[in-house]
Design a protein around this ligand. Structure first.
Ligand code: PMP
Ligand code: GLN
Length: 382
């Protein structure tokens, strides 16, 4: 996040993961699974390395992966992006977000996001020189007020950047909210950028890609990542799809950020995208159980749980324990009880930080006994 002096500090994920490692705490901070994804995908990467897929991939990604991404978009959403012109592979969703904002925005523009917002959004909007305006998502359901949403758009709104399913709140946005965003983007001629890295990780409400709504596709760039769907966050394979002209603009910037992305991982992920429905249903069902175990444990530990409908994360209010500064608590928690979590104010500007000052984000993408142990340790806070 940009500090008060405009500098970029160490990300909260690195800070809390370092604390967890130093203290040996259970790390429910940074969102990464504690079990690898499918063995068949790992084997495919190993085979690709052995077969010599070890030099630069094409800048826009291997044809095999771009074709698999197009097939995935058609299979799940009925979208038909052209693998040649409407898809690029990126070094994680993080690079797709950065290249998009740097390509499309600059000084004098406004980028609108919800708040809390994923930390890289604030940092990259700052790097681009644009102004970052926000619409609050309020507890307990973290859905935007549609009047406030409308009021936040201006003639300068160049990009509306949404994240659905939403990190850190676990909210999943319904059609009503998405169609209002499309209508406002049309009215103000803004580009919709949608970060859907948790597209397959919802537990109840089904994920609706905003690009599938009437009028949206021609102004929407959709970002996703293999990290979350396949539990390979360290491989950093992401992608972006949308209208050829917008994708070309992003690709121009990507050339100078990373040029291309990890060759042997690309075709392994291409195979992963083609896995059967049982894989996709299985990851969501498994994560739903983990969400329930952690949510129940947090509640028993005396925290107020704000229900999560998707992602890897659930928010809990520590005010129920008489704690008012979750940021200070998050820095002490690993040493105090051996659990690490992320304070929600880091995903906010000043007003939002005040509103969320007692909230912690916990990641539930961990083995069930690990979550149970973390809950037991948290219960000692009471
Ligand atoms: N967007 C959101 C909302 C995230 O939670 C994350 C973290 N995985 C990213 C983007 C970054 O994804 P990647 O690891 O693929 O760069
Ligand atoms: N997306 C992950 C999270 O929200 C962390 C990614 C990172 O460390 N930058 O926890």
């Amino acid at each position: 996040l940009l500090g008060a002096d405009g500098s970029l500090g160490v990300t909260i994920f690195e800070e809390i993961t370092n604390l967890a490692q130093q203290t040996g705490a259970i790390n429910l901070g940074q969102g990464f699974p504690d079990e690898d994804g499918p063995a068949s995908i790992k084997e495919a990467a190993r085979a690709a390395i052995a077969a010599g897929a070890n030099q630069y991939a094409p800048g826009k990604g291997t044809l095999e992966l771009r074709t698999a991404i197009a097939a995935h978009q058609e299979r799940f959403y009925g979208l038909l992006p052209d693998p040649e012109t409407e898809i690029i592979v990126t070094t994680g969703a993080t690079e797709a977000i950065a290249a998009t904002l740097l390509a499309l925005t600059g000084p004098g523009d406004e980028v609108l996001t919800f708040e809390p917002f994923y930390d890289s959004y604030g940092a990259v909007i700052g790097l681009s020189g644009a102004v970052h305006s926000t619409v609050p998502l309020l507890a307990p359901d973290f859905q935007p007020d549609l009047t406030a949403l409308e009021a936040a758009f201006t003639e300068r709104t160049k990009v509306v950047l949404i994240n659905n399913p939403h990190n850190p709140t676990g909210a999943v946005f319904p059609r009503e909210v998405l169609s209002r965003i499309v209508a406002l983007a049309e009215k103000f001629d803004a580009v919709i950028v949608t970060d859907e890295v948790y597209e397959h990780l919802t537990f109840g409400p089904k994920h609706i890609p905003i690009a599938t709504l009437p009028g949206a596709a021609e102004r929407t760039l959709t970002i996703s990542s293999a990290g979350k769907t396949f539990s390979f966050t360290g491989w950093k394979i992401g992608w972006l799809s949308g209208p050829a002209q917008l994708v070309a603009a992003v690709r121009t910037v990507k050339q100078f950020l990373s040029y291309s992305s990890g060759t042997p991982f690309q075709n392994a992920i291409a195979g992963g995208l083609g896995l059967g429905d049982d894989f996709y249903q299985g990851i969501a069902a498994d994560l739903a159980d983990k969400r329930d175990v952690l949510s129940n444990g947090l509640q028993k530990a005396g925290l107020k749980v704000l229900p999560s409908q998707g992602t890897y994360f659930v928010l809990a209010d520590t005010a129920a324990l008489g704690i008012t500064d979750a940021t200070a608590l998050a820095r002490r928690l690993p040493a105090l009880i051996g659990v690490a979590a992320i304070p929600v104010p880091v995903f906010c500007h000043a007003d939002g930080a005040e509103r969320t000052k007692s909230l912690l984000r916990f990641a539930y993408c961990k083995k069930i006994p690990v979550l149970e142990e973390a809950a037991a340790r948290l219960s000692t806070l009471q």
